[in-house]
Design a binder for this molecule. Structure first.
Ligand SMILES: *[C@@H]1O[C@H](CO)[C@@H](O)[C@H](O)[C@H]1NC(C)=O
Ligand SMILES: *[C@@H]1O[C@H](CO)[C@@H](O)[C@H](O)[C@H]1NC(C)=O
Length: 440
């Protein structure tokens, strides 16, 4: 979910002008004031079980309505969607996994299915793409037959592995032509999901996309055409500033800072208003993204100022990936002073000795954002990614869930009669606790 694309100043200027002339200021239509139950969606990465030693059993499941299991890969020559790490996904034996001779699913996916049995309102979706695998989208989408292959293999993975739906994360749609291909892909997936639901007398399956906050990308997307096929959209309302920039900035500010505009190269309000007013999405279909991490800048005097370097991180790999990225649970660092800016709904820590600024959200800031999303009539929250939070009073997810009040309670799918895995086909029979039979 990294946003390294450089920003076009010209695009921004044009948008700033249209914003000033009122294009974005029109009132939001279609807000549903009766909305009282919210989604809370979290990304869980299949890599978390390694260096982070973080598994499904570490997720505070009762705080979530949907988990997005990331990421499935795409073969860039055929369009075939497949798992990216079969050992982690289906093979690893966790405590309680039998060394059976039947063809049963193990790995994270069995853990997710057991969680679904325990909590019948927890839905899981297989997320395809992400930053790493996104280049394959560009390769395969122009071919109608590869789009079909993508849709067929993605939906098959969904029901073979017991997911309630699919999440597509393409970073980023770059041309209007690509947007039409993407719409066609969504349409094909939706058709196959619907057919499968009818064939198996199941409740409908879910389809969502990760949505971009950069006007350079969202202004070329055919949002209304995409929306027809989607249950909801997950707004990546973060990564607004980082190592790729010339100056420091707030990585997830809700509003632009008129006194220090250079510190807010992007903001969430502008993006949300565009999706609602120009994209005509019903607000309840948008989940507002929150970052469970902060972005660091070293050798700087403050927000909107030059910096050099980003320092270390919570988890830096051998190639240096992860530098400048700190989990919320590691913040703030000792000795750093935390400043909250309610006028833009952002916060940061600053250590004057090391001259290090880290842009991240405090509980007060996420509470303010949750209030705002309720006022806006949005459908809930989304988190990248579930392993980064603190516990107790300091938990950002817990703070937002408390502010939202009530989470939605639609039932998950537990019966997948055409799965090739015996335990999934049998509804995890004898494993976990029994859930209520699926209604409808
Ligand atoms: C991983 O976490 C579990 C508890 O969740 C703990 O028992 C185990 O020792 C940890 N393993 C490592 C290598 O830290
Ligand atoms: C396609 O994927 C292969 C294997 O991952 C990779 O080596 C190759 O560079 C990719 N090709 C393109 C055009 O992205």
């Amino acid at each position: 979910m990294k946003l390294t694309a450089t920003f076009s100043c010209i695009t921004y200027l044009l948008l700033a002008i249209s914003a000033a002339t009122g294009t974005f200021a029109s009132p939001v239509k279609g807000a549903d004031p009766s909305l009282t139950e919210f989604r809370n969606v979290g990304y869980f990465g299949n890599w978390d079980i390694y260096a982070k030693n973080f598994t499904v059993s570490d997720i505070p499941l009762d705080q979530y309505t949907h988990l997005l299991y990331s990421f499935a890969d795409i073969d860039n020559s055929t369009g075939t969607v497949s798992l990216s790490d079969e050992w982690a996904d289906t093979d690893k034996h966790f405590a309680g996994d039998a060394w059976d001779t039947e063809h049963n699913v193990h790995g994270n996916i069995r853990q997710l299915l057991l969680a679904k049995k325990k909590q019948p309102t927890l839905k899981t979706m297989l997320s395809i793409g992400g930053w790493t695998y996104s280049p394959s989208f560009n390769e395969i989408l122009k071919s109608a037959s590869k789009r079909s292959q993508f849709a067929t293999t993605a939906v098959k993975l969904m029901y073979n592995l017991g997911f309630d739906g699919l999440n597509l994360d393409w970073e980023h749609i770059a041309t209007a032509e690509e947007s039409t291909y993407f719409v066609d892909l969504l349409k094909k997936i939706r058709h196959l999901m619907n057919d499968y639901a009818v064939d198996t007398k199941s409740a409908p399956f879910l389809l969502s996309v990760a949505m971009d906050s950069n006007p350079k990308h969202y202004t070329i997307m055919d949002i209304p055409a995409m929306d027809k096929h989607l249950n909801f959209w997950d707004l990546m309302a973060y990564d607004y500033a980082g190592s790729w920039d010339e100056t420091t900035g707030h990585q997830a500010a809700l509003f632009p800072d008129s006194k220090n505009p250079i510190s807010t190269p992007f903001n969430t309000e502008t993006a949300v208003n565009y999706y609602l007013n120009e994209g005509k999405i019903h607000p309840s279909k948008i989940n507002l993204g929150f970052a469970l991490y902060g972005r660091a800048f070293t050798n700087t005097d403050g927000p909107g100022k030059p910096f050099s370097g980003v320092g270390g991180g919570s988890l830096v790999d051998a190639s240096g990936d992860g530098k400048g990225v700190w989990d919320i649970k590691d913040l703030p660092h000792p000795g750093a002073i935390v400043t909250e800016l309610p006028e833009i709904a952002a916060s940061y820590s600053y250590d004057s000795d090391s001259r290090t600024l880290i842009s991240y959200d405090t509980p007060n800031v996420v509470r303010q954002k949750a209030k705002w999303l309720k006022e806006k009539g949005l459908g809930g929250a989304m988190w990248w990614q579930v392993d980064g939070d603190k516990t107790g009073e300091e938990s950002l997810v817990g703070t937002v869930v408390k502010e939202l009040g009530k989470l939605e309670k639609s039932k998950n799918h537990i019966n997948f009669p055409s799965s090739e895995y015996e335990n999934i086909k049998n509804g995890m029979n004898g494993e976990g606790v029994e859930s209520a039979p699926l209604q409808r």
